[in-house]
Design a protein around this ligand. Structure first.
Ligand code: G6P
Length: 479
């Protein structure tokens, strides 16, 4: 008789991510409920999940609360609890103050704390156990992002029958940076528990396989890593790029709605109908290059290359990770810069920057994209940057100019944007000026090409490509 028996769950497809597609919320009157959580992953996977009758394992967004599994919009929701201490150590600490800065080129210095790592291990084990409980025999489990890199190997240990995929939504850093991590070997071992490891860019997959070679000496052939197993065989793990996207048709449909177009006109009118509306939309994060963008804009105003009477910059900076010290400092710095810039350059009737430290519903974002002549994406490092893709999808009249950082994954596909290096302030200024003055014919030509390219890879194509690859390999190589 076996030493232990394995219990199988009911679901053929299980998605595991730190955040559930719904957040638990309590309103001002104390009413409790669930609200769809921000982020593209939900829209990406909703159709696939409904079709497959899938389960979603994740955290409800609040600490110290336990919830029973429930059904939401045809998807089974399996909440994983986090204590307040785990919120501090696993989420705010190791995920967002160690891994996040390390994986984004150490733009901010990562902190290394052993108690944070211990919490990360414990929480990853809890996510793996929850997924193992609900997955049917031979099911496909798709694990997402840097918060859960140990889950693939833990899950394989618990359930060797499963087909396991992992997708990394953020960059994977070059070895010289990655090697700082005191737990660099454990993380790679965790990831190698997957059958397919997906990255945004070719470069990210290359950085990962290089780290595998340097730390373990395993053979890698193109995208395949040969991982020795306990019984002396080789397991083939694929590490390659699957650039994520947005629901292109969904954004196009919203951008075509008369009430959203009316709202876009209202936004422009509210800004005084200037000749040029420029827009930045980011989580308030130090990876986004907001300060570089503001600096370039301020200098263009100071030099008279842009005129305050006919130009405005709308900067949406949505609140994010507000208890992490680096994010508090960043907020202070950005808000000081915005205040100074407005003080120096605004006139009584025209404000240089409309700064909004708020999050908006998707409809309002689409209206903003429609209202903007120039979109500024100046990230210092970004896995993909879906804002760039959303702007392009919404420009249904083929007008508008995208200024896009080459350090965002989106620049691999959106080559007809004005590509910039955000560290090069003079180059950034030239690009912004070029965008503002670009003749209509050239704007249309570029935007048409961008839109055509974007339509070739919608988020459903991304999900299908990853899952087809994952299940295809499992069919060829059982066990
Ligand atoms: C990035 C990460 C996601 C994360 C999101 C929002 O896009 O790749 O995993 O969910 O930021 O951050 P938050 O910490 O609020 O979940």
């Amino acid at each position: 008789a076996p030493a232990h028996t394995v219990a199988y769950g009911d679901y053929g497809l299980v998605v595991v991510s730190n955040r559930l597609p719904v957040d638990f919320v309590v309103d001002a009157d104390g009413n409790e409920g669930w609200r769809s959580s921000p982020g593209g992953l939900v829209t990406a996977l909703e159709p696939v999940m409904r079709e497959a009758d899938g389960a979603w394992v994740g955290w409800a967004g609040v600490a110290d609360r336990e919830f029973e599994p429930f059904e939401n919009d045809g998807i089974s929701i399996v909440p994983v609890p986090l204590s307040n201490e785990e919120l501090e150590r696993y989420y705010e600490g190791f995920s967002n103050d160690t891994l996040w800065p390390l994986y984004h080129d150490v733009i901010a210095p990562p902190s290394y704390h052993r108690e944070w790592w211990e919490s990360y291990v414990i929480v990853n084990r809890r996510f793996a156990a929850a997924a193992a409980m609900v997955a049917a025999r031979g099911a496909t489990v798709w694990v997402h992002d840097y918060q859960l890199q140990l889950v693939p190997a833990m899950l394989r240990g618990l359930r060797p029958d499963l087909v396991i995929g992992f997708f990394n939504h953020i960059p994977f850093p070059p070895y010289g940076i990655y090697s700082q991590l005191p737990w660099r070997k454990q993380i790679i071992e965790g990831l190698l528990g997957a059958d397919v490891i997906g990255f945004q860019r070719v470069a990210d997959a290359g950085n990962f396989t290089r780290a595998v070679r340097r730390l373990f000496g395993y053979t890698t052939r193109h995208t395949v890593v040969e991982v020795p197993t306990q019984n002396g065989e080789l397991r083939r793990v694929v590490a390659t790029n699957f650039p994520i996207s947005i629901d292109v048709a969904g954004f196009e449909e919203m951008a075509g709605r008369p009430e959203i177009q009316a709202r876009a006109r209202e936004i422009r009118a509210g800004l005084g109908n200037p000749e040029t509306v420029m827009l930045g939309v980011d989580r308030l994060d130090y990876t986004k290059g907001i300060a570089h963008r503001l600096k370039a804009y301020g200098e263009l105003l100071a030099q008279g290359r842009l005129d305050i009477e006919n130009t405005v910059l709308v900067q949406v900076a949505s609140p994010s990770r507000e208890r992490v010290a680096t994010y508090m400092t960043l907020r202070d710095e950005i808000e000081l810069q915005v205040g100074r810039l407005n003080g120096d350059h605004s006139s009584i009737s025209h404000t240089a920057i409309a700064y909004l430290h708020q999050a908006y519903p998707r409809e309002e974002m689409v209206a903003l994209y429609l209202a903007a002549d120039v979109m500024l994406v100046t990230a210092l490092r970004d896995g993909m940057n879906l804002v760039a893709k959303e702007y392009v999808a919404c420009r249904v009249n083929n007008d508008g100019v995208l200024v896009l950082s080459e350090f965002a994954g989106a620049s691999d596909e959106l080559k007809q944007a004005l590509l910039i290096n955000p560290h090069d302030i003079e180059g950034l200024k030239d690009a912004i000026e070029t965008a503002v003055r670009m003749p209509a014919k050239q704007r249309r030509k570029r935007m048409k090409t961008l839109r055509k390219r974007l339509r070739q890879n919608s988020v459903s194509d991304w999900a299908k490509a990853f899952l087809d690859d994952l299940t295809g390999r499992a069919a060829v190589e059982p066990g």
